[in-house]
Design a protein around this ligand. Sequence first.
Ligand SMILES: [Zn+2]
Length: 125
Amino acid sequence: MRTRDLERIRDGLLAERDRVQRIIARHAKAIQHADDQTGDGAGKAHSNHMADQGSDEIQYETMIHLAGAETDHLFDIEEALAKLENGTYGRCEEGDHAIAVERLMAVPTARLCIACQEKREKMSA
Ligand SMILES: [Zn+2]
């Protein structure tokens, strides 16, 4: 792979990492805030607003779920950056295949070449 392509991908990954870290920080704050409001559970029993409590809880679950997805994504980004560092970036994890540059440009965190990705999708379908 050309150095220029790698640098472009690295820049993209660093920008994406920045964006995801900000999202996670925002979620963390929101979750912290929700924790403060509900306390250790003792507050729930004393709540006179059961209906409100319910919708709060759904929102809370959604926040945790979203934060989890972003954390997974951040992990993928970190791994891609580590591979860029140690020179293994762009290799398919299923075998000794190169991942197409166009694919990496579109999906910088791709772990599999297109052929292996399609095989895996067919197996899990
Ligand atoms: Zn492959």
